[in-house]
Design a protein around this ligand. Structure first.
Ligand code: RET
Length: 236
C-alpha cells in the first residue's frame, strides 16, 4: 500500500461522482416494476457501485502499488484494472441487451473485452519498457477488433428494433467508441507508457473524466427514457 500524491484530488472527485451516479440510478429505478427495465437499472447500478469502491480504494492508497521499470519506480493504480475487468463487460451487456443482440454476440464481446483488460493489466505490471509497449499493442488490437465486431453485430441486430431503440443504440454505440478509444491513448501518454509525456496528476484527471462519462454519462443516456426501454425486444 502506497500513499497517493497530489493526484488524490481527482480520485476523491471520482469517488464522489461515481457515488452520486449510483444514488441517482437507485432513486430513478426505485419504482420501476418492469423486469426488462429493471435489468438495465441493475447493470447500471452495479457499474457505478464497483467504480465507487475502486475510486475509494485508489484515493485511500489501497488500490496503488509500485512497479520498477528500468530502475525507475512507477506508481500503478492496479484497482483500475480490477474495476474495468468487471465494469466493461457490464457496459457491453447493457448495449447488447438494448440492441437485442444474440447470446453468441454477447459471449464474444465479453471474451474480447476480458482479454483486452487482462493484457492491459499485464502491460502495466511488466518490468521491461519495450515489452510493456508490446502488451499495450496487443490490448489495443483487441480493442479495435472488439469495436469492429460491436459495430457489425449491432448493425446485424438493427432491423429487429423499433426506430427509437435503434437510435438510442446508435447514440450509445458512438459514445462508447469515442470514449473507449481514448483509454489506450491516455495510458501510453501517461506514466504507464513510460514515455513521460503526461504526468500522473493529469493522467489521473483524464481517466477520471473518461470513467465518469463512460459509466455515469452512459447510464444517464441509457435510462433517460423508460418508453424507449419498454420497446426493447419488440420487432418493428
Ligand atoms: C488499457 C491498457 C492499454 C491498452 C488498452 C486499454 C483499454 C482500456 C479500456 C478501458 C475502458 C474502460 C471503461 C471504463 C468505464 O468506466 C487497459 C488502458 C486498449 C478500453 C469504459
Amino acid at each position: 500500500m502506497a500513499t497517493p500524491g497530489s493526484e488524490a484530488i481527482w480520485l476523491w472527485i471520482g469517488t464522489a461522482g461515481m457515488f452520486a451516479g449510483t444514488l441517482y440510478f437507485v432513486a430513478r429505478g426505485w419504482g420501476v416494476t418492469d423486469p426488462k427495465q429493471q435489468l438495465f437499472y441493475i447493470l447500471s447500478i452495479f457499474i457505478t457501485t464497483i467504480a465507487t469502491v475502486s475510486y475509494f480504494m485508489m484515493a485511500t492508497g489501497f488500490g496503488l502499488t509500485q512497479v520498477e521499470v528500468g530502475g525507475v519506480m512507477l506508481d500503478i493504480y492496479w484497482a483500475r484494472y480490477a474495476d474495468w475487468m468487471f465494469t466493461t463487460p457490464l457496459l457491453l451487456l447493457d448495449l447488447a441487451l438494448l440492441a437485442g443482440a444474440s447470446r453468441n454476440t454477447m459471449y464474444t464481446l465479453v471474451g474480447l473485452d476480458v482479454l483486452m483488460i487482462a493484457t492491459g493489466a499485464i502491460a502495466a505490471f511488466t518490468a521491461s519498457a519495450p515489452i510493456r509497449i508490446v502488451w499495450w499493442g496487443v490490448s489495443t488490437a483487441l480493442l479495435l477488433f472488439l469495436l469492429y465486431f460491436l459495430v457489425k453485430a449491432l448493425n446485424d441486430a438493427a432491423d429487429q428494433q423499433t426506430e427509437s431503440v435503434r437510435s438510442l443504440t446508435t447514440t450509445l454505440r458512438n459514445m462508447l467508441i469515442v470514449l473507449w478509444l481514448a483509454y489506450p491513448v491516455v495510458w501510453i501518454l501517461g506514466t504507464e507508457g513510460t514515455l513521460g509525456i503526461l504526468p500522473l496528476y493529469y493522467e489521473t484527471a483524464a481517466f477520471m473524466v473518461l470513467d465518469l462519462v463512460a459509466k455515469v454519462g452512459f447510464g444517464f443516456v441509457l435510462l433517460r427514457s423508460h418508453s424507449v426501454l419498454d420497446q426493447v425486444g419488440q420487432a418493428t
